[in-house]
Ligand binder design. Structure first.
Ligand code: UN1
Length: 499
């Protein structure tokens, strides 16, 4: 398909794609895809006011009925899967299978949220006073601002939007400026679902705002947007988090990762190699969950490196639309430059670099690279830094304690894993004294999490949780209620106040 056909198949019209100033290019070949109109930052107060008005109506629609809207969104996404997946591939360069996988992740969260709409359970709590009962109820909280990144340009929105809508909250989405077209197409799927859903969906229930920092800033600063869910760099989170908290809002932050795999002496190395390669070079190393550090036991290290070097040499780098390609482009030239700068730093810090050179053959205008494997003498500054590119640093360990200490000794805390067939090692890794990350896996790589679990991590990763488990509670307010059905007024804690 030509880019024009991909855009048309995803429902983008000539009017959508022209007339504005935001130039969107494809990392596949550097070609211009669109000049989009941006949201005027001066209109943000109206956008937020519309969401506030929508909230007044949406919060009293019964939750299972709200779930029906998200069920319809899932239907729309099923119908649009192929077209939307191809657009993601064109706009951010992930290979076709990963573009489709991203849309599947959206469908999955819609299914999850639809079921959840009948399970927003509270608690009944035993009161210490006679004739009293206590309950805990979850209520809608208000408009949710969603700031998403280029690397999962539609799935991360859906994790937030599907939950927020079921929880009774309108949503305002500011996608990455590097991936607004996928956002427009995904948002249209929700608009179609809303049209089918009928009058219960208030105007302004879901809004998409396109543009740069000023727009995000308006959401972040507004007390009328009680929840801001932001995915992106730690630098971005460091700005957004304190600003939201300063006006008593609730940030849900998904920031950097520096994810490691420990490969123990008993590991199945064939399986480990498959997991390492997907984790480190899948999505061209541009997942927040990408594998960035390999902590190999001294007894398997050389074998592992030899196998990985062979595997790396055979990985097809190129046009992500072409069947068989496994590594598409980086998002832009700046990302390519950042990767080269990191490799230079690694060399300066004693590293031996295999691969990592730019690739131009057959792909003249994108930012294509060969993945890099870097043997490091120690966990130096560059290893502790997240570079959003396919660089895998290899470290060596002798004892499991040492491996866990290395795994935890980075500022980030998103994902982690161990390959071992030793039960004691696996359980130690998952224990309170083990991995300090939000995600810890055994005999599975660090990326490609299912939506059923809570997704997020500690330390510089920001502490937020999205997606499955009870992450929905982040999109609601909790109310504790005590009801007295007796004819007396006893005070708690036995306090006497007779008059
Ligand atoms: C991200 O990179 O921001 O676990 C999200 C994974 C995907 C989500 C990644 N399900 O790799």
């Amino acid at each position: 398909m030509t880019p024009a056909e991909t855009l048309a198949a995803a429902g983008l019209t000539a009017a959508d794609l022209s007339g504005g100033t935001l130039v969107v290019t494809s990392p596949v070949d550097g070609s211009e895809l669109a000049r989009l109109s941006e949201t005027d930052p001066a209109t943000m107060p109206q956008v937020i006011a519309r969401a506030t008005e929508a909230f007044r109506k949406w919060r009293i629609v019964p939750a299972p009925r709200r779930g029906e809207l998200v069920r319809l969104l899932g239907e729309e996404l099923r119908a649009a899967k192929v077209a939307l997946g191809a657009l993601v591939t064109l706009e951010v360069g992930k290979i076709a299978s990963e573009g489709l996988g991203e849309v599947q992740e959206m469908i999955d969260i819609c299914d999850f949220a639809t079921g959840l709409s009948r399970q927003l359970y509270g608690l009944a709590i035993a009161s210490e006073r006679p004739g009293h009962r206590m309950t805990e109820t979850w209520h809608p909280i208000g408009p949710v601002g969603i700031i998403s990144a280029f690397n999962f340009p539609v799935a991360v929105w859906s994790w937030n939007a599907a939950l927020a809508l079921v929880c009774g909250d309108p949503v305002i989405w500011k996608p990455s400026e590097k991936a607004p077209l996928s956002a427009i197409a995904a948002h249209r799927a929700l608009e179609r679902a809303i049209a089918r859903f009928g009058d219960d969906a208030p105007e302004g229930l879901s809004q998409l705002v396109i543009g740069g920092a000023a727009i995000g800033e308006a959401l972040v600063a507004s007390p009328a947007v009680p929840v801001i869910s932001a995915t992106g760099s730690t630098r971005m989170g460091q700005i957004v988090g304190p600003k939201v908290m300063a006006r008593w809002g609730r940030p849900i932050l998904e920031l950097g990762g520096n994810n490691a795999m420990i490969v123990a002496p008993t590991a199945d190395l064939d399986m480990a190699v498959r997991a390492i390669v997907f984790g480190a070079v899948g999505t061209a190393g541009q997942r927040c969950t990408s594998l960035r550090r390999l902590i190999a036991h001294r007894s398997v290290r050389d074998d592992l490196i030899a196998r990985l070097r062979r595997a790396y040499a055979s990985l097809p780098v190129g046009d992500p639309r072409v069947e068989g390609t496994l590594i598409g482009p980086l998002i832009d030239r700046a990302a390519l430059q950042a990767m080269q700068t990191a490799l230079t730093a690694a060399r300066d810090q004693g590293g031996t670099v295999h691969g990592g050179a730019p690739v131009t053959q057959g792909v003249p205008n994108g930012a294509y690279v060969a993945p890099a494997l870097v043997e490091m003498p120690a966990q130096t500054a560059i290893v502790r830094h997240e570079t959003f590119a396919p660089i895998l640093y290899v470290l060596t360990y002798d004892t499991l304690d040492e491996a866990i200490a290395l795994q935890n000794d980075v500022p980030q805390g998103l994902s982690s894993c161990i390959f071992t067939r030793d039960l004691l090692e696996a359980e130690t890794f998952l224990s309170a004294a083990g991995s300090d990350c939000g995600i810890a896996n055994v005999n599975i790589g660090p990326s490609g999490a299912e939506i059923g679990g809570a997704f997020g991590g500690e330390k510089e990763t920001g502490g937020g949780r999205e997606s499955g488990s009870d992450a929905w509670k982040g999109y609601m307010r909790r109310q504790t209620a005590t009801v007295n059905y007796s004819t007396r007024l006893p005070l708690a804690q036995g306090v006497r106040f007779d008059f």
